[in-house]
Every structure is written in C-alpha cells, then in structure tokens.
Design a protein around this ligand. Sequence first.
Ligand code: DGJ
Length: 707
Amino acid sequence: MSDLLRLDGGGETLLLQTRTGPPRLAYWGERLPLTLDEAALAILAERAVSHGMLDGGEGLGLFPEAGQGFTGHPAFECHRDDGGFVTQLAPVEATQGVDSATIRLADAAAGVEVVLTVAMDAETGVAAFSSRIGNLGAAPLHLDWVAAAALPATHDEALVFDGRWAREFHTVRQRIATGLVVKENRTGRTSHHSPPFMVLGEPGFGEDHGEVVGLHFAWSGDHRLLVERLRDGRLQVQAGELFWPGEMTLAAGETYETPRLYATRSGGGLNGLSARFHPFVRRRILGDRLTAKPRPVNFNTWEAVYFRHEMEELKALADAAAAVGAERYVLDDGWFKGRPNDTKGLGDWTADPVKYPNGLGPLVDHVRGLGLEFGLWVEPEMANADSDLLRAHPDWILGVAGRDQPLGRGQYVLDLTRPEVSDHIFACISALLSDHAIGYLKWDMNRDLTHPASAGRPASHNQTRAVYALIDRIRAAHPGVEIESCASGGGRADYEILRRTDRIWTSDCNDPIERQQIQRGFSIFFPPEVMGAHVAAAVNHTTGRRTSLDLRALTALFGHFGIEADVRAFSEAELTALRDWIEVYKAHRALIHHGQIVRQTYADPAAVATMVVDETGALASFAQLDTATYASPDPLRLVGLDLDGLYRVRLLNPPRPPSSGMKFAPALTSGEVVEATGRLIETMGLPLPILRAGGIAVFHLERIGQV
Ligand code: DGJ
C-alpha cells in the first residue's frame, strides 16, 4: 500500500507521508504526474543528521511533539494533573478522500487521540489544515497548545501585519535568522495589531515575483502565529488558538478541534497568492450569497452626525444621499435608548424614545420610500455599565469575581456563553429585524476582552464560538439580512467571521492617503467586494488632512463603495463629482467585485498603484500619496493584463485644466483614447500626468478584442 496521501488543486500537488512514522508534508509544489516514484521521493526527503543532535535527528512532521525528541516549538502540548505531559503519537489510520485526507494518530499510554485533516480546494489550490484532539483517558486532559498544523517553510522572509486603530493592515517584513518570531493576539477579536496572516517567501519577494506561501489562521479570537528557525536550520510555521491558563480542559471522551489554518503557495509573489485566496473566499467562504446581487452604494451616518440623531436631519441626509446615488442607508451608533454618547445605553436595543418618539419606523419608511435599503448599527456583544441591561443583570458580563476589570469605551463584554444572555440578545436583534424592513446590520465590537472568564473559568474560546453561534442563529432566522463585520474599524477581519458575514469595515480611517496603504494590505488576503470603503468629508476626522473629492472617491472605488459624510455640506462641484463617481462605480462594480486585484509595483515610494482586471477589461489606479520623487513620472507599466488582449484605454479623470502642472501634457493624460495590447501596456506603460501630493489618476481599459 502507498505510504502517500495525495491532494491536487489549482495546479498544485500536496503529498503527505503517513504510514511509516509521524505524518509529514512530503511535497507541496506544482502539480506532479499521477504516477509517482515513491522510492525517489523517499530518498530526496532524507536529511543529514549532525553530531550534537539526537541519534535519529529531529523529525519535522505535521504535528511535531517534544515526546518524539523534537526540541523546537512543539505543535502539541498537554498535561494531566498527575504530571503526565509526554505524548508519543503513532499513526493508526490514514484516509484519502477526494479533496481531503485525514490521519488518525493515537498514544494509548497518554490516552490521547489526534486527527489531522488536510483539505485542498480543487479550483484554487488553497489548503486547509486542522487538528482534533480527543481525550481517551479517564482523567481530565489539559491542552496548553494545539497547532492546526506545523508546516515546514522553504524561505525565511516573513511578511506579517501590524497596525492599530485607524491604521490597520500595514505590512512588516523580517528575516527569520534565529529562534522564534511570534505574533500573538490577546484581545478576543481578530485584532488590529496582530491579525492572523503571514507570508513566507524567498528573500526580496515582491508583488509579482518570488516563491511564497501565504497563511491565514481563520479565527476571530485569541491566537498565536509563529515561525521558527530550528537549530538545524529548518524553518517551521504554526498557528493555533491562544488559550488562557487552564482554559482548555477535556473531560473523558471530549474533543477539541482547532480552527482552520488556510495556506496556499505561489511562484508569482503576493499577487499570485491573492489570485488563489480571492476566488477561494468568493466561492468557499462567501459562497453564492451575494454573487448575483450588486453591492449597493452605502450611506453611513456615523461621520455625518455621530450621536446627534434628529429625525428631520436624518431624513434630510437620506434625501441628500439618495440624490447623489446612494442605494443603502445605514443608521450608525446613537439610535437606541439613552445613547447621548459612547458612555451609556449600549445593551438596550430599543429606539431612544426622545430621539425617536415614534420608533425607527418613520425613518425606515422614509429611507425605503426613497428606494434605499435600510441598515442598522448594533453592537450585540457589549453593554455599557450605564445601561438598563446591566442594571438588571450586573452578572451578565464576562469577568472574574472579586477583580476589577478596565472598561473599554465604558463598556463590558456580555457573557454570551450563558444561554440566557445569548437568548436575550438574539430576541432583541431578531425583534428589530422582524419589526422593521432592515436589510443590513453593521455588527460592531468595540473593546478588548481583558477578563474573559465565565463561571470562574477562562472563556475566550467559548465566547468566540458563542458569537459565531449568535450570528448563525440570526442569519438562520433572517436569511435575507446582510451583515458587516466591524470592530473599531478592521479589528475583526478573518475568514471565519466572513463565513457568516458579507463585508468587513476595513478601518475607521477614511482618509484616502492612509486608506491607499490600508487597502493595499487588506487586499492581499481579501477580495475588493468585502472591503468597506467610504468617501468622507474633505477634512478627515481621524487625521485632520484635507484631500480632494477625486482622491476620496477613486480610492473608495476599488472596494465596496460608500459615503460617510454630511453630504449636505459638500459644494456643488463636490456633489457633481461624487454623483459622477458613483455612476462610474455602478457601471464598473461587476468588474471590481468579480475581477482580480493585481497590485502594481511602481518605482516612486510616494505612489501606490493597483489594478482590478477581468475578461471585460480593467481599472487601474495610480495615487500620488506624497510629493513625487522625480520631476516627470515614469509610465505606469501595468502587469496582469492579457498580453494579447486589445484594450481601449482612457484616463477617467484628466487633470483640470488639462495642462495643470505640465508644460507638455501627453495626449492620454488629456483624456484622449488609445488602443493598445496588454503587451504594449505592460512593456511601454501608460503615460501619467504630473500629479501633486494627493493626486490620483484612474484608467479604464476596455477590452475590445484579441490580436
Ligand atoms: C466603531 C466603528 O468602527 C465606527 O464605524 C462606528 O460604527 C462606531 N464604532 C460607532 O460607535
């Protein structure tokens, strides 16, 4: 019988060696022929063992254990109250499915069973790794660390995300020279500063070149992502949930299964990874929920009025939003009982009787009467200390008896692991959805979990699962409702939350200069249609920077477009421009939301360029974020087009007046049209206008044929 399990997908082959020892990844690369020379594979997999190491060397399998003599970070750590902590798992059974493989391991002495699952998406080649631990013993088994898998890495340049509120998805690169690089999240949400994504690639890998592996641990709670240079020079990467001390204990017969670690490989740099992850998200994570529905232009009230909810003003905003082309009106924070600011009211999910004496109905009717969908902001997991809910049920929060916990935005986290709490919140949200024609929920989450305990025990894991269960329950009861995942901006962005939501609020920073960077980072793992992107006021509320309407709108164009400003204060010129850009968005949203993002490389570090392309054509954006380094811009050499495709190219926003900043303005920058092949455009590039800091140029490339 073959020693190998085999998975094929997206032009890739993944081989697992299973039956003769600890399971390990034997091959992961371009697709192999159906007939394999297993003897040759075995010989090629051998590795010399040096003096100073254990006699048998250290196996780096899919699930390395200290008990097998592995001295790196083990994939699995557990202990029992009697002091037992060593495991020596041996394969029991390996099962080959069509697109997945499972390997069952057991250690009778330790009373532990492990089932490793590897699945591979046939279309995209995205693999999913997970592990399930079973307690076969009679005594409790305490789990200290369980990786979804340990994966060997060929290359040592790591790209991870860093960030903070209003500055998410910034990439940081580092070489893994020695020891461990660990990214941990202890905030109880996916986090702004340490979201669970990593790329490992050959040194200097870029958007379009270099062999890379992209990894995403799909979990919206605490996690640890690590990459380690082992003492013999090999590299491993692991991801798993981060348990609080004593959090995960299995009683006899109980099991724990890790969230999935998604991983994919590409020889074509970061764009190559996106070309696999984006269709995977579309088909396997979002499913077909919204494929047929164009994403409506959102209007969100937050930066327009904040907590100042006054019926006539809210209606006037709806009128103004509809007049520029908005298709959905989202009533943000401030609408519910006793909510003059962010210190009170959270948890009391009925309309404020002062702001809404006749309930939400009149506003919903007005908005719907304009032909817009109505959306509503909620933060179901939280309650202010100053709320009727917590006055009635002060014990309904996560916390440790006898311990103070710091407040975040004046609020606590509700203990959704308690059925009566979840039931109550479900009833509140469900009543809102039943009572009103609400088609969209903006589901916010605005504080870290600092004392995530329930009934005296750590409960971060259970709380995360309970949040999923609550959303699932709401979806099941109200299947037509779309949900936006928000956590103080982009603090909850991962594939597991996206499995049950429809888009992500990328950041509370709507400044397009910042957004160009934030959106670029976000776009590595997420497709554009789930990226909430809004046009805000000219002077940005988080940065104080003034930007042009064109830059704001054309930055939002590459995501799920929205408006978040008091548009009544816009000048006539701004309103006209906004209306026009919304028309452009509507005309091209099929391309933007089904096409492939290809981030462009441009020599000037003060500029950011990107493109979205499909079989009908492309939109390409060049944003000059800071003063240009050189006097005259290099042409924009666009990669990612069909080289033999013929494109009709037009600059959508020629500078006004045409020659501004230029003694000579190239014809294309004055709005003239050129027809050229993808090959010419990639090799010669598109002439750019000279742009000041904050300028932007967006080209439409209509595909008109083939040469
Ligand atoms: C944080 C969100 O990110 C904002 O967009 C807004 O909804 C506020 N919360 C409301 O409190």
